[in-house]
Design a binder for this molecule. Structure first.
Ligand code: UN1
Length: 510
């Protein structure tokens, strides 16, 4: 495996950052706090040193955002939409630069990095249209001469805490909606992906200047969990939208609840697909391989469990293993590569440990699971493991490319295995039998927030609401009516009569 030279990678990052209008700070020797090191998983080398935000910086960011809120909430929503429309144009203009940064910091192959930026452009278009559609309802009042309706108002400062694996798309889902809904944003990106965050911030600031939006609508704060905790505890943060592990969600949710703030959580997934005896196997295998091995298994929507009818399980497993052996692993800048690096050595060791546990539980490694190359980067061949049953390791999310294959006999058993995990993000069924497909989508079918037919678990479009149930946290981001989480609802009763009838027939008065 050949990797590009280290200095080439850092130079490429700094050039892309510069074209987006962001500059790197000068780090003053050893006088200041320990700098934040931006590294690339491509070869583990340093891309840049940055200043972590101090607690005063975080406080100032929230205060600045709150000041901006007081103005922004009164700007008409379609005018707020102009800012997001301009942001979408700038993202299109800098699509290649941002994709470079996504590849450098998250290790995504070019096509997936470009796809992630496209997802940002799509949500900006969606949000700009939405800015004229923040509809409230009108209900029939039970009282004569009364009008009953609801109005959606801006909520306040939104803190966005995002993960390394979708370093910018998840930010854009939240930020494009928040801005049209009248809410400024303070963003704490993953400490692994600060440069993409700085590039997005620079583009958004430019869009704000060009469209005459107030200062202070967007702030980036960099650092470890301590920075996130400060946002979580700040009473001026109205909504904490956090994407990451279940462990992180468990820490965040009660703290936000304790101050009666709002939380939008997008946590772990342990997504499964059922392959029934009637499935179109050519289509199924293509869908499964992208969902399980794409993004090196590091999407929250990655397919991690395959539940296959016993009559075809050997055939399906062989076909998938055959396709896996064709997957090229290596530098994500190499056009022939489909599987880039894992984000860190920690991710590699977690994968290794999970495979050991699976084997100890009676699992058989069918293919993959080998480290490719050595040194400070961690490339692996995606693994397929046949499991005798759904053991604890199968029920846990390991953020790496491991696909566990299980066999089922009856459809009820398949659904029970499917739902028999703590997480509930995405799901799929491969079948040509309409009854099976509808049953999977029915109330007693998949218990996930996303349920697909004849398509894998990953790669959702922005138009639908994105999120899941159980330990996934229950939040919904992106399309449909996810915008409602970023606004507060006021119910309005207007009496335009000269009488004062009370609801429920209550009589009161002398
Ligand atoms: C994530 O992995 O956090 O559906 C988000 C998908 C992408 C988003 C994934 N559109 O796979």
């Amino acid at each position: 495996m050949t990797l590009p030279g280290t200095s080439t990678l850092a130079a490429r990052a700094i050039a892309a950052l510069g074209r987006c209008g962001a500059t790197l700070p000068t780090i003053a020797g050893d006088a200041g706090p320990v700098p934040l090191t931006a590294r690339t998983p491509i070869d583990g080398s340093v891309l840049a040193f940055l200043h972590p935000s101090t607690s005063a910086d975080v406080e100032a960011a929230v205060a600045g955002a709150h000041d901006a809120f007081l103005t922004w909430r009164t700007v008409p929503a379609p005018k707020r939409g102009s800012l997001v429309r301009r942001l979408g144009e700038l993202l299109s203009e800098h699509k290649s630069d941002l994709a470079d940064l996504v590849t450098l910091e998250a290790g995504k192959i070019r096509s997936e990095a470009l796809g992630e930026v496209q997802e940002m452009i799509d949500i900006c278009e969606f949000a700009a249209g939405l800015s004229r559609q923040l509809y409230g309802r009108t209900m029939g009042s039970e009282r004569p001469g009364h009008r009953l309706s609801e109005t959606w108002h801006p909520l306040g400062v939104v803190a966005v805490i995002s993960a390394f694996n979708f370093p910018v798309a998840v930010w854009s889902w939240n930020t494009a909606l928040a801005l049209v809904c009248g809410d400024p944003v303070v963003w704490k990106p993953s400490e692994t992906t600060p440069l993409t965050a700085m590039a997005c911030d620079a583009l958004l600031r430019r869009a704000a200047t060009e469209t005459g939006a107030p200062d202070g609508l967007h702030h980036v704060v960099l650092g470890t969990a301590v920075v996130g905790e400060q946002l979580v505890d700040n009473p001026r943060v109205a909504l904490v939208s956090a994407t990451g592990s279940v462990r992180m969600g468990r820490a965040v949710a009660p703290r936000v609840a304790a101050r009666f703030g709002r939380c939008l959580l997008e946590l772990g997934g342990n997504n499964a697909a059922i392959v029934t005896a009637s499935a179109d196997l050519d289509l199924a295998v293509r869908g499964i391989v992208f969902a399980a091995a794409g993004t090196a298994g590091q999407r929250c929507t990655t397919l991690r469990r395959l539940i296959v009818h016993r009559s075809i399980v050997d055939d399906v497993t062989d076909r998938i293993a055959g396709a896996y052996r064709q997957l090229t692993v290596g530098s994500p800048f190499d056009d022939s590569v489909l599987v880039g690096p894992l984000i860190s050595g920690k991710a590699y060791h977690a994968m290794h440990a999970a495979l050991d546990t699976a084997r100890a539980d009676g699992g058989v490694l069918v293919t993959g699971g080998q480290r490719v190359g050595s040194g400070e980067s961690f490339y692996v061949t995606p693994a397929v493991v046949r499991m005798p049953e759904q053991t604890a390791i199968v029920r846990a999310e390991t953020f790496a490319p491991i696909l566990y294959v299980l066999a089922y006999d009856t459809f009820d058993e398949a659904i029970a295995l499917h739902n028999g995990v703590p997480q509930g993000l995405s799901s799929a069924i491969f079948t040509t039998d309409q009854r099976e497909a509808e049953r999977f989508l029915a109330a007693d079918g998949s218990d996930c927030g996303i349920a697909n037919v004849n398509i894998g678990t990953s790669g959702a479009e922005i138009g639908g609401a994105f999120g899941g149930e159980k330990e996934t946290g229950g939040g919904r981001e992106s399309g449909s009516d996810a915008w409602k989480s970023y606004m507060r609802r006021a119910t309005n009763t207007v009496n335009y009569s000269v009488e004062l009838p009370l609801a429920q027939g209550v009589e009161f008065g002398p």
